[in-house]
Design a protein around this ligand. Structure first.
Ligand SMILES: C[S@@+](CC[C@H](N)C(=O)[O-])C[C@H]1O[C@@H](n2cnc3c(N)ncnc32)[C@H](O)[C@@H]1O
Length: 237
């Protein structure tokens, strides 16, 4: 089985960028833990598990079919998560790894009961699309991450996820989150210095036949936007 056989929404660009950033962290920084909010069948968790360094912990959190907490969730279109079984996630994960990660079957609002403040080097937020939940996930990510840690928000700009967009850009403007890079689906940022991670991404794209970056400046923040490299005219013939 390969990652392509696991159902999910974790595309090749983000898989590549996760590999680049998590490997760079392992090679140049002290160990730290990794957290995922919203696991589904494990497509992204499986890659996170592969990129763990010895002694590091991956913690994943999902409702696994339980109803979401609080009010307002009926405004989110029903998605295919109500029938999600924890055992299905575990089956896929164990096709790739000998041991399961720490699995928290609960709303993401409970994640701080399970992860120490300042302990994470990488947090992937891919759970609820509702503004209230996404904003709480952003705040929890800030608490869980160490100062040079990286957070990734999925669906920060899909047409049907304005609540995630609002929560992410609000964290930038009001809570000091600094953008590193944007892909088609994901926002990569840090509450520390974004420059080293940006340099790593820029160097990687320079060597990549498939990717390029353009640099944008948003409210004083430099942001790298990952884009496909256009083929040279001779390659089009
Ligand atoms: C888009 S899927 C995750 C996809 C996965 N990261 C991947 O790349 O394949 C979103 C997941 O978030 C979970 N979820 C949604 N709202 C949640 C909440 N409030 N707390 C915990 N999990 C939640 C759903 O059960 C679903 O499994």
């Amino acid at each position: 089985m390969t990652l392509d056989d696991v159902p999910g929404w974790f595309n090749a660009d983000d898989q590549a960028l996760f590999r680049v950033l998590l490997s760079w962290q392992s090679e140049t920084q002290r160990p730290g833990d990794v957290v995922e909010l919203g696991v589904y069948l494990g497509k992204s968790a499986i890659l996170l598990g592969e990129l763990l360094a010895p002694g590091e912990t991956l913690t994943v959190c999902d409702l696994f079919g339980a109803p979401p907490p609080g009010t307002g969730h009926d405004s989110e279109k029903p998605r295919s998560f109500e029938s999600l079984e924890r055992s299905e996630f575990e089956r896929f994960y164990l096709s790739f790894h000998a041991r399961l990660p720490v699995v928290i079957a609960a709303p993401t609002s409970e994640i701080l009961e399970h992860v120490e403040p300042g302990s994470a080097r990488f947090v992937h937020v891919d759970a609820s699309h509702l503004y209230e939940h996404a904003a709480a996930d952003a705040a929890a990510s800030h608490t869980m991450l160490r100062s040079d840690g990286i957070v990734v928000f999925d669906d920060f700009r899909s047409a049907h996820t304005p609540g995630v967009a609002l929560a992410v850009w609000e964290a930038v403007l009001r809570d000091g989150l600094r953008p590193i890079a944007l892909t088609k689906k994901k926002f990569y940022g840090t509450w520390g210095d974004p420059a080293p991670a940006r340099e790593v991404i820029a160097a990687w794209t320079q060597a990549s036949p498939h990717h390029r970056i353009d640099r944008q400046f948003l409210a004083g923040h430099e942001v790298l936007r990952l884009a496909p490299r256009k083929p040279k005219p001779e390659q089009l013939q």
